[in-house]
Write a protein that binds this ligand. Structure first.
Ligand SMILES: Nc1ncnc2c1ncn2[C@@H]1O[C@H](COP(=O)(O)OP(=O)(O)OP(=O)(O)O)[C@@H](O)[C@H]1O
Length: 516
């Protein structure tokens, strides 16, 4: 048996500060980051703002050693350092927490922490690890049940564990990339409050990418704003109003407004109906059972629920990717299996979550991806025999302009776009043309505030024009603003229904949490 060798636990954290000096990053002839100098002192909580494609991720990737900046330098605690890889960054105490969880769901919190170390012993001395972990957790403000499998933790607990993992690995400067996008408002507040406490005690420095002004003003003490790769503003949070920050981000652009809701006609036809549908969930251990769900023309039905309660399975059933064991899905009164001819015949459009993985061919160009619905159709609607690359490019240019997709060119691979711009490109493809049924999951995830306003206005326009919309969202505010009716999904079942107008958030929240 091999020798048990333990890496020592990090000492109590002492925050480190960083400076970027003239950081510039070019991709070919495109400048994603242009001469950016930012000072983030040790123990501060710094927010990084910018519209989609402004260069936030690029800056962070340069700091973390994922990218080699074209020019410029990085200092840690006042000393210029060479960070050529994430491993180098880790050596200086720099760590990153991603928007999506990176933990292994079947392992416990303790196991996740131990295996995340660079040098995991061949044989783990669990008794010693547990003692060490207990001592470590005593220093942490976060309380997390480390003995439970991660799959059983709530989203807020998982996010805290991601942060604890970085601290366990000895990082004392962490980047939080939109850290609250899958948390409830209460979880977000608690988590950011605890992180803020650590910065105030000088144990940690935080750089947070966020699109949420209320989080920035409540928790950060300074902010830097990027626009088209340039630093356009920075300062103390208290000295800048939300509208100052918004204006620096996007300039003097008027936000899209929601059209007034037209009443749903009494005889508005049913467009989508799901009856007695049963299917196993992804683990095969639980089931999804939808007794009855229907959406009328000109109606938005919102589905609320904590992530992982069957939303993904429901969208997979509707996309024809998860066979039913029993029950039916019908569109406009006919059985519907989501084949390409059926989606065309009934004008069904679908925007799944994580669109880069689920709705795009990442290595193909933006123009090709925008043409997926139409490349084999002639202008009049018949089948096309030849691909017309010229027409595809022209159509792509129109959609890119209309939906303000920021890309170096329509010939760039779609995977090179920023997260928010991939989302915009997929929305451009799916929301254009005649749409009778729109199934959309978290449409505004990762979008900046002006894009959020724009996308919601477009969905409302489609509704008012008669589209039936099934809107699955983890954002309750979005559901309350957009929906006509709201249903709650919990453990694979629809457990509660209410008109959105006058809905009681407390009651919805209780059903989301499993109290029926
Ligand atoms: N590997 C790459 N190749 C080519 N262009 C890239 C690459 N990575 C980023 N870009 C471009 O750089 C610009 C900045 O992207 P970045 O991901 O930094 O934006 P962001 O501010 O993080 O946006 P979001 O809020 O949407 O995440 C975008 O226009 C993007 O298309």
């Amino acid at each position: 048996m091999s020798i048990v060798r333990d890496t020592p636990l990090p000492q109590a954290g002492k925050a480190v500060g960083i400076d970027t000096l003239g950081m510039t990053m070019r991709f070919g002839s495109f400048t994603a980051l242009n001469d950016v100098s930012i000072n983030i002192p040790a123990g501060s909580f710094h927010a990084l703002l910018g519209e989609n494609g402004a260069g936030k991720s690029t800056l962070v990737k340069c700091i973390m050693g994922f990218y080699h900046a074209t020019s410029g330098s990085l200092s840690v605690d006042g000393r210029e350092v060479a960070v050529n890889s994430p491993r180098d960054a880790a050596g200086y105490g720099l760590g990153m927490v991603y928007q999506h969880f990176t933990l292994v769901p079947s392992l416990t919190g303790a196991e996740n922490l131990v295996i995340s170390r660079a040098e995991v012993p061949a044989v783990v001395n669990w008794a010693k690890e547990r003692r060490d972990l207990e001592a470590f957790m005593e220093r942490m403000p976060f309380k997390i049940p480390l003995e439970r499998p991660v799959s059983e933790l709530a989203a807020g607990e998982k996010q805290k564990l991601e942060i604890v993992k970085q601290l366990y690995l000895g990082r004392s400067f962490i980047v939080l990339d939109e850290p609250t996008s899958v948390l409830t408002p209460a979880e977000a507040d608690e988590m950011l409050g605890l992180v803020r406490g650590m910065t105030e005690r000088g144990e940690l420095t935080v750089l947070m990418i966020s699109h949420k002004f209320h989080e920035v003003t409540k928790f950060a003490d300074a902010v830097s704003i990027l626009r088209r790769g340039k630093l356009v503003g920075s300062g103390k949070v208290g000295e800048l109003s939300t509208s100052d920050m918004a204006a620096m981000m996007i300039g003097d652009i008027k936000l899209a407004e929601l059209d007034a809701r037209t009443p749903i006609g009494e005889r508005a036809p049913l467009v989508l109906t799901v009856k007695d549908a049963k299917a196993p969930d992804r683990s095969g251990l639980k089931r999804i059972e939808i007794d009855r769900l229907s959406v009328r023309s000109g109606e938005i039905l919102g589905i609320a629920g904590i992530s992982g309660n069957g939303q993904k399975e429901l969208t997979e059933i509707l996309a024809g990717q998860r066979p039913l064991e029993a029950g039916t899905v019908s569109v406009k009164g006919s059985r519907y299996g989501a084949t390409r001819p059926e989606t065309r015949q009934y004008n069904v459009r679908f925007i799944p979550e994580e669109p880069l993985q689920n709705a795009c061919a990442p290595k193909m160009t933006v123009s090709d991806n925008l043409a997926f619905r139409t490349f084999d159709l002639k202008a009049g609607g018949g089948d096309a025999i030849w691909l017309s690359k010229g027409k595809m490019r022209k159509r792509a240019a129109d959609l890119i302009a209309d939906f303000k997709v920021r890309t170096a060119s329509s010939a760039s691979p779609i995977a090179a776009l920023s997260g928010g711009n991939v989302q915009r490109a997929v929305l451009a493809r799916e929301l254009t043309g005649d749409v009778d049924l729109l199934i959309v999951s978290n449409p505004c995830f990762g979008l900046d505030f002006s894009a959020v306003a724009d996308i919601r206005a477009r969905i409302m326009k489609a509704r008012n024009a008669g589209t039936a919309v099934l809107l699955l969202s983890e954002d309750l505010d979005e559901l309350l603003e957009m929906s006509d009716r709201i249903m709650v999904i919990s453990e694979g079942k629809l457990v509660y229904e209410t008109p959105a107008r006058g809905a009681d958030i407390g009651v919805i929240g209780a059903h989301m949490a499993g109290h029926h």
